[in-house]
Ligand binder design. Sequence first.
Ligand SMILES: *Cc1c(COP(=O)(O)O)cnc(C)c1O
Length: 388
Amino acid sequence: MNLKLAKRIEDLPPYLFARLDNLRREKEAQGIDVISLGIGDPDLATPNEVIDELAAAANNPRYHRYNDSGLESFRQAISEWYKKRFNITLDPNEEIVPLIGSKEGIAHLPLALVDPDDYVIVPDPGYPVYSIGAQLLGGKVYSMKLRPDCGWTPDFSAVPSEVAAKAKLLWINYPNNPTAAAGSDEVFQQAIEFGLNNDVVICQDAAYSEVTFDGWRPSSILNQRGARDCCIEFHSLSKTYNMTGWRIGWAAGNATVVEAIARVKSNIDSGAFAAIEEAGIAALKLDHSWIQARNNILQQRRDKVLSALRSIGLDPEVPSASLYVWTPCPSGHSSSEFAARLIEEIGVLVTPGVGFGPNGDTHFRISLTTSEELLQEALDRIAGLNIL
Ligand SMILES: *Cc1c(COP(=O)(O)O)cnc(C)c1O
């Protein structure tokens, strides 16, 4: 049989972390012990309250059945969380849609809004799923360069008018992956202005809004004037509560977009396991002190990484949020050359910035999701690296 995959799949680059994983396996097969500071997948524990709630809820036969639009009580808990966290009132039925992890919603959103040849505007560097979701549908991708001299924010006025006219979605992501940039209310306002002027839905990925340092707490794009008219904000329990494996998140904002996502999903999946949503409610009701304590651990790791990088003469950005330290490569190195050197010479895997777009090729990303012991070992190796 001559089995041919769909062109849309054949055209897809392999997912960045799958590629890095192969590289690691290759090295390990050569007997090199590799420490991965690559993927941002929290190593710290999911809160006990959440695990206990899942165990209890799993025993409830009511939750063994289809859960199409999600538990009403989960949407209610999200609405209450928004009220408590941002002082925003959201209608749990009209303005919130639960997701099976936010990646699922990010990838599926274009199905609701993008026709072939429509544009999706994405940040470069940026989370790869924004563009992959569009490409899978035959949408066109326009990359906005994030400007290092402006805190890794885009210049919305630089989007060509013919792109803006044919664009349906524009992605932003603050606090940012991979640059760890904070963003600002001003950037949110500029994005909304662009959205309203061009009939483009502004998609803000807030995956890292609760993973912050030095006590900083970012605002929501939905706090801005005009946001309900054009914005959808994605949240996830993955990074907020160390729950990447649980696959649970949501999108909130413009009611038309929320309804469209729900309609797409009703034709594709039949909701998350309700017991996981029940556990998600337990997470959202946790006291802020849990997040504070977890963020303190990450902040200590951040500080160790910053000082190790500075000790070899590098000049990392100081992250105010996210799980990442973003650093310019030593001069004369592209990000893939430098990442390859690190793996070859000291067995440390970092993510080359180019994996997030060509404009990221000047930098590399270190993730803070490795145990203290392994992180220290990796940092000792880095401290011994002769980068000249
Ligand atoms: C991790 C991450 C997500 C996805 O999280 P889910 O586990 O799918 O909820 C979304 N956006 C960014 C920028 C991320 O880094």
